[in-house]
Write a protein that binds this ligand. Structure first.
Ligand code: C5P
Length: 406
């Protein structure tokens, strides 16, 4: 195991005798470096106490959506957003039926309906309930909706029956969950990601900056790492933790970012330029502090070097993916930018709306390449990043002009 470190997991426990195995699963997840929060249905509490799971997870256990105190701490919407993955183990026949029908009548089902994190379920039930036609219809519906079904195993059951319906053992579940973060679509590839904004000195203490938070670039770095890539993150000043397993190079100005990219580029297969790099920089930054001595002050700006454009001209250029923030005519401007800068793909988003893009946690992008396009609708930057990385992996492989490494 190795992909669980730092991951935030919600473990939902529903009413089944297999609930006792969930205690061991929490222990394994915590031991592997996850932050785990447990949500229990009322049925689950008949089999195992919240106290046990609180002690093992190190976090308060969430049991009801109508508890004002709990909602004030971390409400169901926050929980849903917090999760990198929601795991339901054991998942009873009743819970699976409610999940398949989009019910939201308790905390766990509501959370599953709210989250845009992947959902994984580990069914546990009597073998007759498992083979029941309606349960099977529910399961196939859940599978088609993108929910991962883990197991069940076959064998002796608590009720004395023998057959399918036993929940997988906790170590098997932990290993499947670990693997789910390791979709190795980019295994063997080295990627540079630029992130955040740049700062250009006006004088010794003032600068021209922009509103980029770096969140999209950091989410991309995390997703690329999960996909098996070796990731170098070159970022402007940001207030974010480095994703685990990612090498980070901090820079401040467009010039430094360009130099860092050029120093690294020849050994990398892909460059993703998500940084908001200054287009114009002060022509002659003032040495010292500009004094407040005149009514008007003009600062002369000169164009800065366009990093993506320069990399696009390299003879042995890597596969390049740029970003375009537009306020109108997104497709026309984005495609034009992609051609001008000789990029292989471009991810474009509309800016100026309060719910997406700069500084917020969500985004929606339209991705273009020479003969195709895909829309990734509004979702968390984590989810958009995973989708974008999967798409970049597909396009990189589809590009027959390069040698396929993995
Ligand atoms: O032209 P515009 O700034 O909209 O292009 C955005 C794309 O170009 C992004 O991928 C950004 O990282 C990149 N860029 C760059 N160097 C600059 C300006 C933008 O690499 N000086």
């Amino acid at each position: 195991m190795g992909f669980l470190t730092g991951k935030q997991i919600i473990l939902g426990i529903t009413g089944s005798i297999a609930a006792y195995k969930a205690a061991e699963l929490v222990r394994l997840l915590v031991k592997s470096g996850t932050r785990t929060r447990v949500v229990m249905t009322q049925g689950a509490q008949a089999f195992i106490t919240p106290m046990t799971l609180q002690a093992l997870s190190g976090n308060p256990v969430h049991t009801t959506i109508l508890d004002e105190q709990a909602e004030a701490g971390m409400g169901h919407i926050e929980l849903a957003r917090w999760a990198d993955t929601v795991v339901v183990a054991p998942a009873s026949a009743n819970f699976l039926a409610r999940l398949a029908h989009g019910m939201a009548d308790d905390l766990l089902s509501t959370l599953c309906l709210t989250t845009d994190a992947p959902i994984m379920v580990a069914p546990a039930m009597n073998q007759r309930m498992w083979i029941n036609r309606q349960t099977q219809l529910n399961i196939s519906h859940l599978g088609q909706s993108g929910i991962t079904i883990m197991g069940p195993a076959s064998g002796n059951q608590a009720c004395g029956d023998i057959g399918p319906g036993r929940m997988l053992e906790s170590d098997e579940l932990a290993s499947i969950i670990d693997n789910s973060f390791a979709r190795h679509t980019l295994a063997g590839l080295k990627i540079i990601i630029t992130a955040g904004g740049t700062r250009e000195a006006i004088d010794t203490i003032r600068y021209i900056g922009n509103r980029s938070s770096g969140k999209m670039g950091f989410a991309l770095a995390n997703a690329a790492r999960e996909a098996g890539a070796e990731v170098t993150l070159i970022c402007g000043p940001v207030n974010l933790d480095t994703p685990s397993g990612v090498s980070r190079i901090d820079v401040e100005t467009a010039k430094q970012m360009r130099q860092a990219v050029l120093n690294q580029i020849s050994s990398h297969h892909i460059l993703i330029g998500s940084a908001a790099v200054a287009d114009y920089v002060p022509t002659a930054p003032y040495e010292g502090k500009i004094k407040k001595t005149c009514d008007n002050l003009s600062i002369e700006l000169s164009p800065s070097i366009d990093i993506m454009q320069e990399v696009g001209q390299l003879q042995d250029k890597p596969f390049t993916v740029g970003f375009a923030a537009e306020t109108e005519n997104m497709d026309v401007y984005a495609r034009d930018k992609m051609q001008r800068k000789n990029m292989d793909m471009i991810a474009a988003n509309i800016v100026g709306l309060p719910d997406r893009g700069f500084e917020v946690d969500e985004n929606a992008v339209d991705v273009y390449w020479s003969n195709g396009q895909k829309t990734l609708p509004l979702a968390s930057k984590t989810k958009i990043a995973r989708q974008l990385i999967a798409l970049i992996g597909d396009r990189y492989r589809a590009d027959t002009s390069r040698q396929i490494i993995a």
